[in-house]
Design a protein around this ligand. Structure first.
Ligand code: M6R
Length: 609
C-alpha cells in the first residue's frame, strides 16, 4: 500500500527520503515521487514504476541543497497507475504539496466545490483535493497551519497526510485518521513516515500520531494538536524495538525464503519468557493488567483478515479445546457491518501482523463504545492496533517484509496456543503436554525445513497445473486454508481449501487427472477419515500430494507424493504443516519466475478498506 516519508533537518533531504521509500517498497506500490523545498524553490519529480527509476531524474535535476522533502510510493485506488496520478500532488498555483495514504471518501463533493471556485484538477486522485482545499482556506486564514487544520476537518475517510508549503521551507504538516503516521526524532532533524521501517536506519526514537491529531514538524521541534479536543498535546518519544538487521535480506534471494527459514526462531521468540517447564508456568505479561476482567469472559470473538484470520481459526480450535471458552472467528471486513448481539462478557480479540489493517481497525472501532474488553495479538510494536487495544500479546516475530505472511502465522498460532493455556488456568488435561510440546517445536520445525530440496522438486513437478485443492480435517482444516492462500497469492494458480468432510458435498465434482489435491493427513483421531477422502480422490484419478507424520505407512500407499513432519500433538501440527505449504508455494513461484516478495495487485499492509 502507499507509503509516506519526509525529512526536515540540516542535511540534504533527498537521501533519507529516497532511502525511506526504498525501505517501504515491500509494501507494494506502482509509482513514486518526491518534492523538495529550499528557499521557496520547489521541485517535484514523480513517475510510474519503482523508486529506483526516479534516481536518474533526481541525479540530474534534483535539488541536493534542499533540507526538506516529502516522498511517496503510491498503490492505486482512485485512478490508474500513471505519472499524473503519482504523488506528491499540488494545488492549482503550485505552492502546496501533499502526499497521502488512505481514501478521502467525500472527495467528489469537495472537488466539485473547489472546481466552482476556479481550482483546476489534473489527476483522477482523491488526494488532489487536499492541497487545493488547504489553498482555499489559506485565502482567509493568516497562517498555513490554521488553513491546514480547517482543510483536515473537512475530510471524511481515512488518511495519513504530509503537506509542505513553498513559503515555509522549515515545516512539514502532518495529520492522521485511521492510517498510521509516525514522527522520528533524529539529531537536529525530524522524519515523518507511514511506517517506522522507513526511518529506523536513522533513528529509533519515534512519536506515533493518534487519530484526529495534526502536527507541525520542524528541524528542532514538533508541535502536536488534537483536532477534536482542540488542545495541544505532547508525549515522550518511544524506542523502536526492531533490529534493522532482521529487516535486511542478507544471504537470501527473497525475503519470503528468509522469513520461512526464521520459523524456528520465530516460535522461540514468541515463547521466550512466557513458557516455563519447571512449574508449568505460562506467563503473559501483556494480559496481566486485565486478568480480573478475563475471569468474567464467557465468549471471545476473533477478528482478522487473510493469514491472520486463518491463524484465528486455529486459535478458535485451541481456545475452545484447551480453555473451554466459546470462540467465533470473523473476517474483520464482515464483522464491521454486522448487527450481531454483543454482551459485556464477550472479549474482542484482533489478530494482525502489521497492526495497521484498516478492516481490523474498523472492527475494533465498532465496539469502542460497547464497554467490551479489546485484546490484540499483534506483531508490529507500537502499531495502531497495538495501541488501541486494552491489552494484548506481542508476536515478537520481527519485521516481515514479504507480502505473503509466513513467520507471522507461526508466531500468531504460538501466541494463541499460549493464550489458550493461560485462559485454561492450568485446568486442562492438555495444559502440560501443549506447554512441553511448544518448547520442542522449534527443533521439530528445523527438520521440516531441511526438506526444502524435496519440496522444491515437488514444486517443479506440479507448477504447471492451473488449479489446486487443499483439504484437511480438525486443526488441518485452517492449515489447508492458509496453504491455499499462499499458493494463489504468490503463484496465481487457482487454489481453494475445503474441510475434507465437505468433499462429497460438492468439491469432488472438480476432481480429475488435471486437478491435484494437497491433502493434510497427519496422525491423529481424524487420520482414517481424511484417508477415505483421499481414496475417493484417487478413484477419480486426482493427483495427491500429502503431508503425513513420519512413520506413517498408509498415506504413502495412496498419495502420489508425501512430505513427512515429525510426530507432534494435533493441536500444534499447524506449526509444522503450514511451513511445508509455504515452501511449496515459494518454489512454485520461483520456478514460474514470478515476483515472490511482491505479488501483483497486493500490498503488505492493507491500510484501506
Ligand atoms: O497485517 P495483517 O496481519 O492484519 O494482514 C492481514 C492480511 O492482509 C494478510 O495476512 C494477507 O492476507 C497476506 N498477504 C497473506 O499472506
Amino acid at each position: 500500500m502507499c507509503g509516506i516519508v519526509g525529512y526536515i533537518g540540516n542535511s540534504s533531504a533527498i537521501t533519507p527520503v529516497i532511502e525511506g521509500l526504498e525501505a517501504l517498497e515491500y509494501r507494494g506500490y506502482d509509482s513514486a515521487g518526491i518534492t523538495t523545498i529550499s528557499d521557496k524553490k520547489t521541485l517535484t519529480i514523480k513517475q510510474i514504476g519503482r523508486v529506483d527509476s526516479l534516481k536518474p531524474a533526481i541525479d540530474q535535476d534534483g535539488d541536493k541543497t534542499a533540507k526538506l522533502a516529502i516522498g511517496h510510493t503510491r498503490w492505486a485506488t482512485h485512478g490508474v497507475p500513471s505519472n499524473t496520478n503519482a504523488h506528491p500532488h499540488q494545488n492549482t498555483s503550485g505552492t502546496i504539496f501533499v502526499v497521502h495514504n488512505g481514501i478521502i471518501e467525500n472527495y467528489q463533493t469537495l472537488r466539485a466545490m473547489l472546481k466552482k471556485d476556479g481550482y483546476k484538477f489534473v489527476s483522477e486522485t482523491d488526494t488532489e483535493v487536499i492541497p487545493n482545499l488547504i489553498d482555499y482556506f489559506l485565502k482567509a486564514e493568516k497562517d498555513f497551519f490554521s488553513a491546514f487544520k480547517l482543510a483536515i476537518k473537512e475530510l471524511e475517510g481515512a488518511y495519513a497526510i504530509a503537506a509542505v508549503y513553498a513559503n515555509d521551507p522549515d515545516s512539514i504538516f502532518v495529520a492522521r485518521l485511521s492510517s498510521p503516521l509516525v514522527i522520528g526524532v533524529g539529531e537536529s532533524a525530524h522524519y515523518v513516515a507511514s511506517d517506522a521501517t522507513a526511518i529506523m536506519q536513522h533513528t529509533k526514537k519515534v512519536v506515533y500520531l493518534n487519530d484526529y491529531e495534526v502536527a507541525v514538524v520542524k528541524k528542532a521541534k514538533v508541535h502536536i494538536e488534537d483536532l477534536r479536543a482542540n488542545i495541544n498535546t505532547s508525549r515522550e518519544a518511544q524506542e523502536l524495538e526492531h533490529d534493522l538487521e532482521t529487516a535486511e535480506l542478507g544471504q537470501y534471494e527473497h525475503f519470503m525464503a528468509k522469513e520461512i527459514d526464521e520459523g524456528p526462531q520465530t516460535i522461540q521468540s514468541a515463547s521466550r519468557g512466557r513458557l516455563r517447564l519447571d512449574g508449568n508456568i505460562v506467563k503473559l505479561g501483556g494480559l496481566e493488567s486485565v486478568e480480573a476482567q478475563l475471569k468474567y469472559i464467557d465468549r471471545i470473538v476473533i477478528v482478522a483478515c487473510g493469514t491472520s484470520y486463518y491463524a484465528g481459526l486455529v486459535g478458535e480450535y485451541l481456545i475452545e479445546e484447551i480453555a473451554g471458552i466459546p470462540v467465533e472467528v470473523e473476517l474483520a471486513s464482515e464483522f464491521k457491518y454486522r448487527h450481531e448481539p454483543f454482551s459485556r462478557s464477550t472479549a474482542l480479540l484482533a489478530i494482525s501482523q502489521s497492526g495497521e489493517t484498516a478492516d481490523t481497525i474498523a472492527a475494533l472501532k465498532k465496539v469502542e463504545d460497547y464497554g467490551v474488553l479489546r485484546l490484540g495479538v499483534v506483531n508490529a510494536v507500537g502499531s495502531t492496533i497495538a495501541r488501541m487495544t486494552d491489552a494484548g500479546v506481542y508476536c515478537h516475530a520481527g519485521p516481515e517484509r514479504s507480502v505473503a505472511s509466513t513467520k507471522a502465522f507461526l508466531a500468531q498460532v504460538t501466541v494463541l496456543a499460549e493464550i489458550a493455556l493461560y485462559l485454561s488456568q492450568g485446568r486442562s488435561l492438555l495444559y502440560k503436554p501443549v506447554l512441553k510440546e511448544l518448547l520442542q517445536l522449534p527443533d521439530k520445525l528445523k527438520t521440516v525445513l531441511e526438506q526444502a530440496e524435496k519440496i522444491e522438486a515437488l514444486a517443479k513437478k506440479y507448477r504447471h497445473y492451473r488449479d489446486f485443492l487443499y483439504i484437511g480435517r480438525g486443526y488441518a482444516y485452517p492449515s489447508a486454508l492458509e496453504g491455499a492462500l499462499k499458493l494463489k497469492e504468490l503463484s496465481y494458480i487457482h487454489a481453494e481449501a475445503f474441510a475434507a468432510g465437505e468433499m462429497k458435498h460438492g468439491p469432488l465434482a472438480l476432481i480429475d487427472e488435471h486437478f491435484p489435491t494437497f491433502a493434510l493427513i497427519p496422525d491423529g483421531d481424524l487420520l482414517e477419515k481424511t484417508l477415505s477422502n483421499v481414496q475417493e480422490i484417487k478413484a477419480r484419478s486426482g493427483p495427491v500430494i500429502a503431508i503425513a507424520t513420519k512413520g506413517n505407512k498408509s498415506v504413502a500407499r495412496l498419495a502420489d507424493d508425501v512430505i513427512y513432519i515429525p510426530p507432534s500433538l494435533e493441536q500444534l501440527q499447524p506449526l509444522l504443516m503450514v511451513p511445508v505449504m509455504q515452501l511449496f508455494a515459494y518454489y512454485v513461484t520461483v520456478h514460474k519466475q514470478l515476483d515472490v516478495d511482491k505479488p501483483r495487485n497486493l500490498a503488505k499492509s492493507v491500510t484501506v478498506e
